[in-house]
Design a protein around this ligand. Structure first.
Ligand code: PRP
Length: 217
């Protein structure tokens, strides 16, 4: 692989986003040539010599695209909101990796009563921005505890009264005896594009956006 100024770099995270972006890439005539589950490589070639995929942590995708480490990327709305979106053109809701952001508590915790009484809630989450805005809009006082994963443990260990986390099938909540008490927002993945790259590499990037758009609708 040789990288020229015309190289297009797409940032993806492994797992659901990577898997569900592959059909969209195919619609744009792009085939990723290596399986990230079988290789430790972080830069994956495609059938188009000028297009490459970089694998980054989900929460790092907006940062890579913002600062031009990647020209475009696919990121969850949750991650995008927490990042803030600075420097990012957001042309498309790709409607993939769909789930929801919810509040969950232990089954024996009376959330409605705690809210009614104006109690101060301890809320553990990776999504502090979304949680802060949500509870502020409801007028509920919260102490936010930032975690980086396994949020479900927090109410079970007494670290927090509630969590704000992504829910897809609901199996993780159920397996940990937690119940969903509020649905904050629906989440799906978005295409984000570096604003400077969109201008400088229009001829290469526009067809990708257009192909993704037609494959999405
Ligand atoms: C997410 C989320 C929940 C789980 C929900 O975690 O944080 O733990 O998926 O899915 P379910 O409703 O289908 O059980 P993920 O596996 O993405 O890893 P993370 O903890 O690193 O976010």
């Amino acid at each position: 692989m040789t990288f020229t100024p015309d190289t297009i770099t797409l940032a993806l995270s492994k797992g659901r986003i990577f898997d569900e972006t592959l059909p969209l890439l195919r619609a744009a005539g792009i085939e990723v040539l290596e399986d990230p589950e079988k290789s430790r490589k972080l830069i994956l070639p495609t059938n188009q010599p000028q297009v490459r995929v970089v694998l980054v942590r989900a929460s790092d995708v907006p940062t890579y695209v913002q600062y031009g480490g990647a020209d475009l990327g696919v990121t969850g709305l949750d991650t995008l909101i927490e990042h803030g979106g600075a420097g990012l053109y957001q042309p498309l809701d790709l409607r993939i990796a769909r789930c929801r952001m919810s509040v969950a508590v232990r089954a024996d915790f009376d959330y409605a009563q705690a809210v009614r009484q104006g109690s101060r809630l301890k809320v553990a989450t990776k999504y502090v921005g979304i949680a802060r805005d949500f509870f502020a809009a409801k007028g509920v006082h919260v102490d936010l505890i930032k975690l980086y994963g396994s949020m479900e443990l927090a109410p079970l260990t007494g670290l927090a009264d509630a969590i704000v986390d992504l829910v897809s099938t609901g199996n993780t909540l159920k397996a940990n005896q937690l119940v969903e008490v509020e649905r904050i927002m629906d989440i799906s993945s978005r295409l984000v594009v570096n604003q400077a790259a969109l201008k400088l590499k229009q001829d290469a990037i526009r067809p990708i956006i257009d192909a993704f758009a037609s494959a999405t609708t």
